[in-house]
Design a protein around this ligand. Structure first.
Ligand code: ADP
Ligand code: MG
Length: 600
């Protein structure tokens, strides 16, 4: 199509086929009669109507060409439209909204660069099994495909494809309804993940009759159908579990996502089997539960003979199910519940694969267990309890330290108290030491209250997750951030202030990445891992009308967080941490390759 034939609303004359054309109305003998003009709709409205019809009421995004009006019109149509400063954070917000609600979170971006900024979040969502839909505007197909150098030219569909579950492009307004339906179903059914929807600029102003438009929309029925496990798979799993002398349950974030909280709790308690929660599964049962073996994690992974995985993958976070962590080779049998059949045997043999949705699988297991299921041998549970007590009392002393500057334990001891007293608050957590130590120290009491760096251990999720957590749940949010991690999304404090969200950010400021003590051996520049010394991140919050506080002791930290949580005002607390505290890469320092060459 030649651009010279494009009308004001972006349509070529041949695209416009409505009865407003002059040939259409009949002209009777007694003069012209106005035929009532049919009501029209366009691409903008069809996208909004399709989302609303499917109970999607919030959009996270960054406005710009060609989707600025889409955001405006969505807001006018009553949707919540949360505008960010950078697409990656809008995308992270959409992803975690999906995790929290089991409905796809929507991220809306402009073409090429905005799309690419959103893509990190889309890929991360897919990796973590969070349902989201990235909707990006794109440029003229005819020019992009001939590579003639259009405004923000990029073949976005091709680029998105390998990074998500499904990717669709819509060229006709009449197809918007079906495309949105496909996107929703692809995002939430089976293993959830990211979906990309490419909407070329021209689509938005394509016009069609409103009635036909309304008929073209699809309300998705049963978007994530139950997937029942085969009875034989359940019987096999129960046989293996029954034979166990030292059984263990591992709960992953898939279990938290499934919202089968009651069934999972009943399974754990009926079976009497000790369990360890993966990071984001913490709180599915309270971390203080008698059967929690979280504080004896190394012991139970090494010594268990049968392990029941529920919504947890045997990836690097579980040492791939083998090696030192898991004890002697061949000492384990794995049972795995997962909705994704290909997950089975991905790292080690799964002797009892149970493929289905977690709620159906757990309920089937419970039914098969009956009432007189024998509790695991006391020798096993007693050994775990003893180890837990030993580890917990070792930690207790460190948590009480009220020194200035603070070390991680002292500061986290204060935050542990905050969450204990406010169990319905949502904890967002990223960093290296700040992440690893907070995960171990801060007990969680309710499901889906801990949101963190997930499967990739990605930095930069902080403010996006915090915004969505506040928007989606209305609960107070405590974001515990390493100073480096915070920097990736720090500008979004303006977004938090603008929407006046109940978010309290605590920046663990130890002057650098991992720690703030490195130097450049040549003496020329700052070391690669250090930041400006004694920065005052709290001033950033003040710049936008939020509350900023600088604290140097755990007592001050506790008071400041409680004040923030009581007031619900956007707050940033700069928590001064000893630059000496912290280790390289936190718990995963061993993943750093080491140079073996000694330079003279
Ligand atoms: P963690 O990192 O906490 O161990 P993972 O993200 O590795 O958790 O694993 C989550 C697993 O849960 C994925 O393999 C995913 O397929 C699975 N999953 C997600 N939702 C469901 C569900 N509703 N039913 C069954 N399995 C699910
Ligand atoms: Mg740091």
């Amino acid at each position: 199509m030649d651009r010279s034939t494009v009308t004001d609303n972006g349509l070529s004359a041949s695209d416009v086929t409505t009865s407003t054309s002059p040939d259409n109305p009949t002209t009777p003998a007694n003069g012209p009669v106005m035929t009532p003009e049919p009501e029209l709709t366009d691409g903008f409205h069809l996208v909004i109507d399709a989302l609303k019809l499917n109970d999607i009421t919030t959009i996270y995004g960054v406005p710009g060409i060609p989707i600025t009006d889409l955001g405006r019109l969505a807001q006018a149509a009553g949707m919540r439209v949360i505008s960010f400063r950078h697409e990656q954070h809008a995308g992270n917000a959409a992803a975690i909204a999906g995790y929290l609600t089991k409905k796809p979170g929507i991220c809306l971006t402009v073409s090429a660069p905005g799309f690419l900024n959103g893509l990190t979040a889309l890929a991360n969502a897919t990796t973590n099994c969070f349902p989201m839909i990235l909707i990006s505007g794109s440029s003229e197909r005819e020019i992009v495909d001939l590579q003639q150098g259009d405004y923000e030219e990029m073949d976005q569909l091709a680029i998105a494809k390998p990074l998500c579950k499904a990717a669709f492009r819509v060229l006709h307004a009449a197809d918007i309804g079906i495309a949105v339906a496909r996107a929703i179903r692809a995002a939430v059914s089976g293993r959830p993940g990211g979906v990309y929807l490419d909407l070329p600029a021209k689509l938005f102003s394509q016009v069609m009759e409103a009635e036909a438009g309304a008929k073209s929309l699809v309300k998705v029925i049963d978007a994530a159908p139950a997937q029942l496990p085969a009875p034989s798979a359940i019987a096999r799993a129960l046989d293996v579990l029954k034979s166990a002398k030292r059984p263990l349950i591992v709960l992953g974030k898939g279990a938290a996502y499934a919202q089968a909280d009651e069934a999972i709790r009943t399974l754990v308690e009926t079976s009497g089997i000790p369990y360890v929660p993966m990071s984001m599964a913490k709180g599915l049962l309270p971390d203080t539960h008698a059967q929690s073996a979280g504080a004896a994690r190394s012991l139970v992974l090494k010594d268990a003979d049968v392990v029941l995985l529920i919504g947890a993958r045997l990836n690097w976070l579980l040492s791939h199910g083998k090696g030192k962590t898991w004890g002697a080779p061949g000492s384990k049998k794995f049972i795995q519940i997962d909705i994704e059949p290909k997950e089975m045997d991905s790292n080690v043999e799964i002797v009892a694969p149970v493929v289905g949705d977690i709620e159906s699988c757990v309920e089937a297991l419970l039914k098969g267990m009956g009432k007189d299921w024998a509790a695991p041998p006391a020798a096993w549970t007693d050994a775990i309890t003893a180890k837990k007590e030993e580890n917990l009392s070792k930690m207790a002393g460190k948590l009480r330290k009220n020194a200035a500057p603070m070390d991680f334990h002292g500061a986290l001891g204060a935050l542990r108290t905050v969450i204990k007293e406010r169990p319905d608050a949502i904890l967002v957590n990223e960093g290296a030491n700040t992440l690893d130590l907070a995960r171990g120290i801060i007990d969680m009491y309710q499901p889906r209250k801990r949101l963190d760096v997930g499967t990739w251990g990605i930095m930069g999720i902080g403010m996006g997750f915090a915004v969505a957590a506040a928007v989606e749940t209305g609960k107070p949010v405590l974001a515990v951030e390493g100073d480096s991690a915070f920097g990736f999304s720090g500008m979004e404090v303006e977004t938090i202030c603008r929407y006046d969200l109940p978010v309290c950010i605590v920046v663990f400021n130890n002057n650098g990445i991992y720690r703030g003590t490195d130097t450049d051996p040549t003496g020329r520049d700052p070391a690669t891992t250090v930041f400006v010394k004694d920065s005052r991140y709290d001033k950033m919050m003040e710049a936008f009308g939020g509350v900023g506080v600088n604290v140097t002791t755990p007592d001050e930290l506790l008071r400041a967080v409680n004040t923030a949580m009581d007031s619900g005002k956007p707050t940033l607390i700069n928590a001064v941490i000893d630059p000496q505290a912290g280790t390289e890469s936190g718990n995963i320092g061993s993943l750093n390759p080491q140079s073996v060459v000694k330079k003279k």
